[in-house]
Design a binder for this molecule. Structure first.
Ligand SMILES: [Zn+2]
Length: 294
């Protein structure tokens, strides 16, 4: 009898929920508005959503919830979620335990995404992988020897919040000068709004790739990836998120930009950089992989 997992992928705008088999088939899925779920408190909203799906699905072998947030090392309590009201500090696994008869696991969203990417890209699941995701901010996931690396308190791999010398931008995390303040989509939107307000943001790299502001953004992104590769010397690096998927983003040029910042001869000579092919269901599939792997 195959297993089936109930998986959730919570974002600032939408929350995706679905049933995934241990063969990684998504047998049902739906999208809910996250602000609508949070109308009477995000905890109560998620309890109601999970309870209704659990009743409909029947036997469930585990629940995985991806959140745009840091999570404690036990994968049960959300620590800090800047983009979802009410999620910070929430004992989410305890709340879902009350409505479902299966083990519940909460993970930083990119920790699930990287597992999905490793599977999708055909990478050896026992290897060491650094995943760097350039969306609105800079997401980061570390898989060492096939296991998601959480750190002592659950907050390992916060590459986007590595402070940069001489910068004064205030980050959503509360600190000053974090890398994601000028290496992510939020910064791109701000630059485009100020310098090229007539250009739709989707055309930024098509029309203005050589502009100093965009070159600086690409350098910040490449420095982020190289920093992590220089520290960990992983077998594989995965780069994903919305920015590298934008029209006009020079993928080959970016690999060379990263290589320029890498320590010679290694890991520069052996850099193995893959681009994520993430789809809408990747977070759910990653949840099933995390549950199946234990
Ligand atoms: Zn920060």
């Amino acid at each position: 009898m195959s297993k089936q997992y109930l998986c959730l992928d919570i974002g600032g705008t939408n929350t995706r929920i679905g049933v995934v088999s241990d063969g990684l088939g998504v047998t049902a899925s739906a999208i809910e508005s996250t602000p609508a779920l949070a109308r009477d408190g995000i905890g109560a909203g998620l309890q109601g959503l999970v309870a209704s799906w659990a009743a409909r699905v029947g036997a469930i072998d585990g629940v995985a919830v991806g959140v745009p947030a840091t999570v404690d090392a036990a994968c049960r309590t959300v620590l800090q979620a800047p983009n979802v009201t009410g999620l910070s500090g929430l004992a989410l696994a305890d709340l879902l335990d009350e409505v479902v008869d299966a083990a519940v696991l909460v993970e930083k969203d990119v920790n699930l995404l990287v597992l999905s990417d490793i599977h999708d890209l055909g990478i050896d699941p026992q290897t060491s992988v650094a995943g760097v995701y350039f969306g609105t901010g800079v997401g980061n996931a570390l898989v060492l020897g096939g296991r998601v690396w959480h750190g002592a308190h659950g907050v390992a791999g916060e590459l986007g919040h590595v402070p940069q010398l001489g910068r004064s931008e205030r980050c959503g995390c509360g600190n000053v000068g974090c890398l994601e303040c000028f290496g992510g989509g939020h910064h791109l939107a701000s630059v485009m709004g100020q310098r090229y307000p007539e250009t739709p943001i989707g055309q930024a790299f098509v029309r203005h790739a050589d502009a100093p502001e965009l070159q600086e953004l690409l350098d910040a992104m490449a420095i982020a990836v190289a920093t992590e590769a220089n520290i960990l010397d992983p077998q594989e690096v995965i780069v994903g998120g919305g920015l590298p998927l934008m029209e006009g983003f020079d993928r080959e040029g970016f690999v060379e930009r990263v290589r320029g910042f890498l320590r010679k001869p290694y890991p520069a000579q052996t850099l193995s950089l893959h681009y994520s092919r993430q789809g809408q269901l990747s977070g759910l599939i990653g949840g099933a992989l995390r549950l199946a792997r234990g």
